[in-house]
Design a binder for this molecule. Structure first.
Ligand SMILES: Nc1ncnc2c1ncn2[C@@H]1O[C@H](COP(=O)(O)OP(=O)(O)OP(=O)(O)O)[C@@H](O)[C@H]1O
Ligand SMILES: [Mg+2]
Length: 418
């Protein structure tokens, strides 16, 4: 794995369309190359991800990572009240996620309602690929620790059963907050906070001495704690970055349609800048409240990037695509900064995209500015640099023939490239 080739990569492309959360591989295989199905995974070894070179680890080594508990299936059955439907908190392409309770000290199952709350992900039987992604997740999250990565508490490998036990993230995923109709729309300040948290997580992965490419950055994989601190989850597709003078690794095209970088989808060449592209898509979702892909729309509006791009570099047009759920409650200057950052992240040329650390720096400046200013909507208005019409006056305005910035009417999930 991780071969760097000069010619277009041989890749397998699997495109799947999750229906009600279930990922079904359509199995569009372009070639037969599948080198990353090896049972050894190259990862940063040792406790500090930034001080050692990637080393392959065997399954046994991965599963005996210090700090990870090996749960039995029965223990997790007890912790989740026998995986009862009322414990179900979510469903993704690879399985169901249940709420469970364990004792904080011993980590053994405790009475529901007592002890520590955990999220237990139970994988649907997925064969070799499912096992590989499960193992990759245990491998990375068993070694990488950062406030903006979700904490893996343990796992279960019991016959056909594969489970993962995480810290519980009370506010669920960013996807749920941005796109599901709820009583409380996500405020501008919270959107910036989430963007910063997620950028910190990605920067940590990219800047580790043994770089890690996350490969599945999207709103569904950004989980939120009670204070809207963002943590990246789902490391099943994570991959060691290129080493030496290499600019990319060549690999199967995996990820989620609408978020995956175009050069990666076209050639299988994966780099940290592919994650930067996906980050740009999430910035667009935060600005517009629209999903990366929305099949309920027609034409260019189906693709958030294609639809939004023409508005991102123009201060006077930007308000037309801003999320109407914000009701104009955002500082226009900051929104333009975020839009400009998104545009840079979405540059078709990977080398022209900024590094995550640079993106983070820019976003942190916005937050610093905000904390040194009074945070009222009136203040937002008075900070407008040019005579742009306040979206407050006309929150739903859109020019004739231009897309409206309406909240989505559809909750359909984007298809997954697998
Ligand atoms: N640690 C957690 N704490 C709280 N809720 C969680 C946790 N992990 C997952 N969830 C919930 O379960 C849902 C499903 O997560 P999962 O990772 O299985 O799928 P997904 O990321 O939505 O989609 P997919 O992985 O198929 O692309 C999440 O959207 C979230 O609401
Ligand atoms: Mg996920």
């Amino acid at each position: 794995m991780g071969n760097c080739v000069g010619s277009p990569a041989q890749v397998d492309t699997f495109i799947s369309h999750p229906t009600s959360g279930a990922s079904k591989a359509l199995g569009i295989s372009r070639t037969s190359h599948s080198s990353n199905l090896s049972s050894s995974i190259f990862t940063p070894s040792g406790k500090s991800s930034s001080q050692s070179l990637p080393t392959p680890r065997s399954e046994d080594e991965i599963l005996s990572s210090p700090g990870l508990k090996a749960f039995s299936f029965n223990e997790l059955k007890t912790a989740t009240k026998n995986f009862r439907p009322d414990s179900l908190i979510g469903e993704g392409g690879f399985g169901y996620v249940y709420k469970g309770w364990i004792d904080e000290q011993t980590l053994s199952p405790s009475r529901p309602g007592s002890g520590m709350v955990v999220a237990v992900k139970k994988l649907k039987p997925e064969g070799l690929q499912g096992h590989k992604e499960w193992l990759t997740e245990v491998n990375y999250l068993g070694q990488l620790h950062h406030p903006n990565l979700v904490k893996l508490i343990g796992y279960c490998l019991d016959g056909e059963n594969r489970l993962l036990v995480y810290e519980f993230m009370p506010k669920g995923s960013l996807e749920n907050h941005l796109f599901r109709r709820g009583p409380q729309p996500v405020s501008w300040a919270t959107r910036i906070k989430v963007a910063i948290g997620a950028a910190r997580g990605l920067s940590f992965l990219h800047d580790a001495e043994s770089q890690v490419i996350y490969r599945d950055f999207k709103a569904a994989n950004i989980l939120l704690d009670a204070d809207f601190n963002a943590k990246l989850s789902d490391f099943g597709l994570a991959k060691a970055g290129p080493t030496g003078d290499r600019t990319h690794v060549s690999t199967q095209v995996m990820g989620t349609q609408g978020y995956a970088a175009p050069e990666y989808v076209a050639t299988g060449r994966l780099s940290a800048r592919s994650d930067v592209y996906s980050y740009g898509v999430v910035l667009l979702e935060l600005l517009t409240g629209r999903r990366a892909i929305d099949k309920s729309k027609v034409g260019v509006e189906q693709s958030l990037v294609d639809w939004a791009k023409p508005y991102l570099g123009d201060r006077r047009k930007l308000f037309r695509i801003m999320d109407t759920k914000l009701e104009g409650q955002y500082p226009q200057k900051a929104a333009f900064t975020v839009a400009s950052l998104a545009l840079q992240c979405l540059n078709p040329e990977p080398r022209s995209r900024p590094k995550m650390s640079e993106v983070l720096e820019e976003l942190e400046k916005l937050q610093d500015l905000k904390s040194s200013a009074k945070n009222s909507p009136a203040r937002y208005k008075s900070s407008m640099p040019s005579p742009i019409k306040s979206p407050l006056r006309n929150p739903r305005s859109s020019l004739n023939g231009t897309p409206s910035a309406s909240p989505l009417s559809s909750n359909r999930r984007s298809p997954r490239v697998r």
